[in-house]
Design a binder for this molecule. Structure first.
Ligand SMILES: [Zn+2]
Length: 104
């Protein structure tokens, strides 16, 4: 765990709240709970608020949309609308990533 060994550039890493894979932050989508607005997909990664990360796998978005894991991490009760937002994001993803999740 020496900070100066190996890598030239420090890449911030986060883990997907569903599959727990650790990935570079830019490969994950941040989900933020904003006071008053509820659940927001934070594509900029800069919004204030309690956040969680999801990887690109469709299966993770489906689990997040239909299960309780995301709500637990965020201490937040997902509304039907929130679940729709998450589910539709999963569907809109790039085809090769959807294929990846099928083979997994
Ligand atoms: Zn994942």
């Amino acid at each position: 765990m020496s900070p100066s060994s190996g890598q030239r550039k420090h890449v911030p890493q986060r883990s997907c709240v569903i599959c727990r894979r650790v990935l570079p932050k830019r490969d994950l989508t941040r989900i933020v709970i904003s006071q008053g607005e509820g659940l927001i997909l934070d594509s900029s990664g800069k919004l204030a608020g309690r956040g969680a990360y999801l990887c690109e796998r469709l299966s993770c978005w489906e689990s997040a949309a239909h299960g309780d894991a995301l709500g637990k991490v965020l201490s937040y009760r997902l509304t039907d609308k929130d679940r729709q937002v998450i589910a539709s994001h999963g569907v809109e993803q790039r085809p090769h990533l959807i294929n990846d999740s099928i083979h997994d």
